[in-house]
Unconditional design. Structure first.
Length: 1207
């Protein structure tokens, strides 16, 4: 039956069932709609217009549907058509916005899919000669995977709508795209290969997940051009569009029409041509399965673009403009190259274009393989953000372009940045992925806070540059795999992370600042230090195996373990190895032709227990020691050819073979000898340097002899406790400094050039001959002697030395000499532990010296002027057995210096031919000073209260304040015919000394002076004094008082000679104050009591008038009258005058011939003869005379009759 519907807009609906054995033919331009399940058994033929069906059974049962040319079969619902379809010409199927299926076979003709909705071709045996997609979605399948799809064998033309696959398949058909709305293929998550050629006037659009692979060598689709609002011809953007999934090609020609390389000037009418054949990627992936070179214009949509280059050996190059608002992502193991203009765009005259737009992307992400650019300025256009998640960003620019990278995020496995030649800076790093640096250029991570980066860092080539602790992020491991970490800036940087050095080695390059690596360093490679800064390895557990090479600057360690695995070498290539603490480095030190330096800081001591050697092929090199600390060399380094240079501090050796074969240069440092040896290497001093003779390993002093010549412009320094002997005629020009131990010379030329200075500052100059060194005033060849704060010694031994030139400095000069030794060679000590010297030599000082003190330890010091002893405040110390000789002075010598006397059994001696004055004495109770001056006087003008030693006086002394607290013995050790001694008191002195008198001693107290003697005055007792000659017989001690002043004798005195008071006043404050001998009082003298005193001495009042006084004591506090009792005879021709408020008690039978005058106080007598033989007694008012009898038991009182005239 035929149903005709006329009018294209008319729709005829049949809702009842159509049945019967015949078929159904639809004719007319209108639409016939079948809504029921029909039962007719014949074929269905659509001759014209549209046959619309609503149910799968609407087409009858098991019949064929014939669609004639331009007729349409439409589904009003999503239904499955099970009948075969035969098309005559080009028949149309419209899914009507539904999802419908053609399950039967298409046996002939051209199928055109029109309308919205999807139509699935479910039969793989379709035989249509062409398929046209003109709306909606056409879904095809290859259910069996046999390469036969439901598209049949003809061409597929996509005018509008989408070709969609529902499983993996290979499409052999050619595809034609038509217009801007056509060309869409949705692989819907499947892998689809198109073996046919894609051609046409439309674009190719890839959508959906999955991969669409184009295999035809050349595709020729071209969406063409359009006219913009300005009437200009422009290329339509999106010749190839990838909106989802992957579009895979093996060459650039598979992407359709190629652009034309023509001029880029803005006024060119045909500039659009370079954009022809462009690719637009917005959320999808362009995959290249082989190496592809493309100069197409690539547009990146907001959803971003991915380029996947498969195969590690493949490289895809995009030399056309790449721009857009999205992120460019690189995937695949191969390399994607962005090399804008790489082929040099040309204008219509075939000239290279002078300018071009730059690429512009929102960022790049490298997830696999390599993204390579020629230069950041043109290929990125700006400092784009970079995400590395498993791939590598390679930048090939040779010079900086002014455009760097933006922030870098490292995700997952992280990624690599490969720079070639140029320096590239990044923005802040973040993420936990690893960063690997490759390429010869520099990656700059300076001025960044990379604390959000926690991944590992590997430098395989070139440099990574940082300037802060955060430059490499927080945590993570640093791996040096052939590259360098460069640290710039002025701030100190600490890297608190572990590091690995691979077999490719690794470099730390700190340009000028201090860098510290505190983590453990491991690995098989060599650590190379470059750059002028200091790099410190602080972890003592480092175990890297390749050793160290120091090319520049300083590598600092504190322990041997910081240098890696034990016994690995340190190669120094013109740089410095610094040792920051006490340490022993047990490894070989190898030097290149540039030489090398080992520095030891502060006061630390380091030891190199390995050998010094030369790098392969190097003939010689200089080894330099720097730093203020000490470096000891313990190995035999005689195979090391080169010089040794000591710039600072100390280089220690135990033998000359510890040094290199060449010369020794002292450029500010010292050579320390740790054992006795003979040194014959030539020494050159360029600034200041010397030899330190240290104690040996057993603590014994060493002796070193230098037989070689020392020359140079610098000063030679002797340090250390041992002895250094200089035996050559030396030519150094900077003078000699002796800072420790002994420097021994036999002649002046041993000390360098003539007229150069000698400075003693802690050490001693030992002379092996008389006047071995010239110190002649006015002689241009003579030397000057200086003494530094540490002082210094002159050991003249048994020889004499005269120094006429001035000695300057603020230290103490010590005159020393040869110590006595016993049969075993041991130094002899006295009972006080003092070294005993031979005391042979004499040092004569003639200059105007300014030293702060002089100590005479051995021999004799001879002077003739005050200035010989240094500054006025300078102290002279005379050790035991030494002598100060002033006999060269022609007049009285006033010394503004105090004298300290050293301990010992022999004592020190003062020798003089003229009067001599000194400031005062100091010394302990073990000290003795002998005053040997004959008839001349030694004056003590200052305070000697700190002197507790013995003073042995032969002759006269003068005292202003005191003499200390020791014994004072006059004429000690002098035989019976010794001259008398004199003590002259010029001030109110207090004597806390015990005085020992050998013969007569006169005490002369100046007028208006009052002096006190608080200890005993006794006869000399040679048996108890150290150093006394026991064969000398002493005289009885006697005391003579002269001078108008007063002396008070407060102790129990034991001298046995007489007391002769010739002038002034003597106060007796003890019953035995006047010894045991007789007492004489000359005319005008006074004897007074200083307490209630009873004297048993015989008293002679020689002539004239003599006063006996009993004054009141403590008048200002607790006044107390004193009394004086004389129990023995008072004789003589003089008169006796009694003064003072106290009592004079006369108990003897007195015979003095003068009258008795009682002016004050009371005179008490107990016998008639007590008042002498003169009959006159003068009794003043307020005075008294009393008689008191001392009766024996049972004795009867008696009467005393005074035969006197009392007035």
């Amino acid at each position: 039956a035929t149903i005709s519907t006329t009018g294209a807009e008319n729709i005829t609906q049949v809702t009842s069932t159509v049945s019967g054995a015949g078929g159904l033919t639809k004719s007319g331009a209108g639409t016939l709609s079948l809504t029921a399940d029909n039962a007719y058994q014949g074929n269905t033929t659509v001759q014209e217009g549209t046959l619309a069906i609503s149910r799968s059974g609407s087409l009858g049962t098991n019949t064929t549907v014939n669609i004639l040319n331009n007729a349409t079969l439409k589904t009003n619902q999503g239904i499955t058509v099970t009948q075969d379809v035969a098309i005559t010409g080009q028949g149309k199927v419209d899914a009507g916005g539904n999802n419908s299926v053609l399950q039967g076979q298409i046996v002939s003709g051209t199928l055109e899919k029109v309308g919205n909705g999807s139509l699935t071709l479910d039969n793989e045996n379709n035989q249509q000669t062409k398929t046209v997609i003109n709306g909606g979605i056409l879904v095809v399948k290859d259910q069996d995977g046999n390469g036969i799809t439901s598209l049949g064998g003809g061409n597929v033309e996509i005018k509008k709508g989408t070709l969609q696959t529902n499983n993996d398949m290979t499409i052999a058909n050619s595809i034609t795209t038509v217009g801007t709305a056509g060309g869409s293929i949705n692989t819907a998550g499947h892998d689809v290969t198109v073996n046919g050629q894609v051609t046409g006037s439309g674009r190719l659009v890839k959508t959906g997940g999955g991969t669409l692979t184009l295999t035809k060598t050349t595709n020729d689709y071209d969406v063409g051009t359009a006219i913009d609002a300005d009437g200009k011809t422009v290329a339509v953007v999106g010749n190839t569009v990838i909106n989802g999934g992957v579009l895979a090609v093996g060459n650039d020609a598979q992407l359709g029409k190629k652009p034309e390389r023509i001029g880029v000037q803005t006024d060119e009418e045909d500039q659009y041509k370079w954009k022809l054949g462009n690719v637009q990627i917005d959320g999808g992936t362009l995959k290249t399965t082989q190496g592809v070179d493309s100069d197409r214009y690539v547009v990146i949509g907001n959803a971003g673009a991915t380029v996947d280059v498969s195969g590690a050996a493949n490289t895809t190059t995009l030399s056309g403009l790449v721009e857009g608002k999205g992120v460019l992502t690189k995937e695949g193991e191969g390399t994607l190259v962005l090399d804008l203009h790489s082929g040099s765009y040309r204008n219509t005259s075939n000239e290279v274009a002078s300018e071009f737009k730059k690429n512009s992307v929102a960022g790049v992400s490298v997830k696999a393989g390599v993204l390579e650019i020629d230069n950041a300025a043109k290929d990125f256009g700006a400092a784009v953000a970079v995400n590395l998640a498993g791939g590598e960003l390679r930048i090939n620019q040779a010079v900086a372009t002014g455009v760097d990278l933006g922030a870098v995020t490292l995700q997952g496995a992280g990624g690599t940045i490969d720079t070639t030649g140029a320096t590239i800076k990044t923005g802040a790093l973040s993420g936990s992925g690893a960063l690997t640096k490759q390429g010869s250029g520099t990656l700059v991570l300076t001025d960044l806070n990379n604390q959000a980066f926690t991944g590992n860092t590997t430098i395989s080539q070139g440099k990574i540059q940082i300037n802060s602790t955060q430059g490499l992020g927080v945590g993570g491991q640093l791996t040096l795999d052939g590259g360098s970490l460069q640290v710039v800036g002025n701030a100190d940087v600490t890297l608190d992370k572990n590091a690995v050095i691979t077999s490719s080695n690794g470099t730390i390059d700190n340009v000028s600042n201090n860098v510290t690596l505190s983590g453990v360093v491991s690995g098989a490679g060599q650590l190379v230090k470059s750059g002028a800064g200091k790099f410190s390895l602080t972890n003592e557990k480092n175990n890297f195996e390749g050793g160290v090479r120091i090319k520049d600057g300083t590598l600092e360690v504190s322990t041997d373990g910081s240098l890696g695995k034990a016994n690995t070498q340190v190669l120094i290539d013109g740089a410095t190895l610094a040792i920051a603490k006490d340490a022993t480095l047990g490894r070989q030190i190898v030097l290149t032709e540039k030489g090398g330096t080992v520095a030891v800081a502060g006061t630390n001591t380091a030891t190199l227990s390995g050998t010094l050697s030369l790098d392969a092929g190097v003939l010689s090199a200089d080894f330099t020691k720097s730093g203020t600390g000490t470096l000891n060399l313990t190995k035999d380094n005689t195979n090391f050819k080169g010089n040794t240079i000591i710039q600072e501090g100390t280089l220690g050796v135990t033998g000359k073979d510890n040094l290199a074969q060449g010369k020794l240069f002292l450029d500010g440092g010292n050579l320390r000898t740790n054992a006795s040896l003979i040194f014959d290497k030539e020494i050159i001093i360029n600034s200041t340097g010397g030899i330190d003779t240290a104690l040996d390993a057993s603590g014994n002093k060493t002796e070193v002899t230098v037989t070689s010549k020392i020359q140079g412009n610098g000063a030679f320094v002797k340090a250390g406790e041992g002895t250094l002997v200089l035996s050559a005629d030396n030519l150094y020009a900077g003078g000699t400094q002796i800072k420790g131990g002994v420097l021994a010379v036999n002649k002046d030329s041993n000390l360098g050039l003539q007229s150069t200075d000698i400075t003693l500052n802690g050490g001693t100059l030992q002379l092996g001959a008389a006047d071995a060194v010239s110190f002649k005033k006015g002689d241009a060849a003579s030397r000057l002697l200086k003494v530094g704060q540490e002082g210094g010694g002159l050991d003249i031994g048994a020889f004499d030395l005269t120094i006429e030139t001035d000695i300057s400095g603020d230290g103490t000069l010590t005159q020393t000499g040869t110590a006595k030794k016993d049969a075993n060679g041991n130094i002899v000590k006295d009972q006080y532990g003092q070294t005993v010297f031979t005391h042979d030599g004499t040092l004569t000082l003639k200059g105007n010296n300014t030293v702060s003190g002089i100590t005479v330890e051995s021999g004799t010091l001879k002077i003739d002027a005050n200035q010989n002893l240094g500054a006025d405040a300078a102290q002279l110390t005379l050790k035991d057995g030494t002598t100060l000789d002033t006999t060269d002075a022609n007049t009285k010598l006033d010394l503004a210096h105090g004298i300290t006397v050293g301990d010992g059994i022999n004592g020190a001696t003062l020798r003089q031919d003229e009067d001599l004055s000194i400031r005062g004495l100091t010394g302990t109770g073990k000290a003795t000073l002998k005053v040997d001056k004959g008839a001349k006087t030694l004056a003590f003008n200052g305070d000697s209260s700190a002197f507790a030693g013995n003073l042995l006086v032969q002759g006269n002394i003068e005292v202003k304040q005191n003499l200390g607290t020791g014994n004072v013995e006059f004429n000690q050790g002098v035989a019976n015919n010794a001259a008398d001694s004199n003590l002259h008191i010029t001030g109110n002195a207090t004597f806390d000394n015990q005085f020992k008198l050998n013969g007569q001693t006169t005490i002369n107290a100046d007028k208006d002076t009052k002096s006190v003697f608080n200890k005993a005055v006794k006869d000399a007792d040679y048996n108890t004094d150290p150093g006394n000659d026991l064969t000398v017989q002493y005289r009885t001690g006697s005391l003579v008082k002269t001078g108008a002043g007063e002396i008070s004798l407060n102790a129990e005195n034991l001298y046995s000679g007489n007391t002769d008071i010739q002038q002034g006043t003597v106060t007796a404050a003890n019953n035995k104050a006047l010894g045991t001998g007789n007492v004489k009082l000359q005319n005008g003298t006074t004897l007074q009591s200083g307490a209630d005193v009873t004297l048993a001495n015989k008293v002679e009042l020689v002539s004239g008038n003599v006063t006996l006084s009993t004054p009141q004591i403590n008048p200002l506090t607790t006044p107390q009258n004193t009394s004086l009792t004389l129990t023995d005879t008072v004789s003589g021709a003089a008169s006796l005058t009694k003064t003072g408020a106290g009592s004079l008690i006369l108990n003897g039978t007195n015979t003095y011939a003068g009258e008795t005058i009682i002016k004050e106080g009371k005179v008490a007598i107990n016998n008639a003869a007590a008042l002498g033989v003169n009959t006159n007694v003068e009794l003043n008012a307020n005075a008294a005379l009393s008689v008191s009898l001392q009766l024996e038991p049972n004795e009867q009182p008696s009467t005393v009759t005074l035969d006197k005239n009392i007035t």
